[in-house]
Design a protein around this ligand. Structure first.
Ligand SMILES: [Zn+2]
Length: 207
């Protein structure tokens, strides 16, 4: 199997040996964390606390009480994804606000990255996580644009976990979503109270 080698500069590792060279950039300041309605303390947010425990439990078989109660937020993260033979597969770049694909057996789901963070576990290993809002298919289509309409998971909606190790992000996103902007959106900021997004099926980013 693989060695879970830490990246030399950051020390961040993944439980999935196919993920290497994990780099982070632009740590968020406390003011930025506050402005984005995030927190760096597990004890300030019930979803963060229970979902981080669930992520360690489910993906890493770790069930101890989490001793370190703080996390570090970053605006960007990138890593190298290897294939099953340990050969290069893709460079993955994550930004806050990106839409990502999460593959579960036959189906594909979509989510928006709300936060990218690292946490130091009890054994001093540093792991990388994403905090996501799921995009749920309403199975309705916009009459004019003929695009499927999705809705972003609300803050109060605890039906789905939000915290996952980055190993769930093992595909290069090939879908494009746009906010269903209303007059309350401005050029730089979208009105978060409006949770509707359109999936643009006619636009594929080819890199
Ligand atoms: Zn908007």
């Amino acid at each position: 199997m693989y060695n879970n080698k830490a990246s030399p500069d950051t020390g961040i590792i993944s439980e999935d040996g196919r993920i290497v060279n994990i780099r982070v950039r632009q740590q968020l300041t406390s003011a930025e964390i506050h402005a984005s309605s995030l927190t760096s303390s597990l004890d300030d947010n019930a979803a963060l606390k229970t979902d981080l425990f669930a992520a360690y439990n489910h993906y890493m078989d770790r069930r101890q009480y989490i001793r370190r109660r703080s996390i570090k937020h970053y605006r960007y993260m990138r890593y190298t994804l290897l294939d099953d033979n340990g050969e290069f597969y893709a460079h993955i770049k994550l930004h806050i606000g990106d839409v990502v694909i999460i593959k579960e057996e036959e189906s594909e789901s979509y989510a928006i990255i709300k936060a990218i963070f690292t946490h130091k576990y009890n054994d001093d290993s540093v792991y990388a996580f994403v905090w996501i809002d799921w995009l749920q298919d309403t199975e309705r289509t916009d009459g004019l644009l003929r695009c499927p309409i999705f809705v972003r998971q609300k803050e109060s909606d605890a039906r789905w976990h939000r915290i996952y190790p980055i190993s769930i992000l093992n595909e290069i996103p090939k879908v494009h979503f746009v906010h269903a902007c209303r007059p309350s959106c401005s050029a730089d900021t979208h009105d978060n109270a409006n949770i509707q997004y359109y999936m643009n099926q006619y636009f594929y980013k080819t890199v």
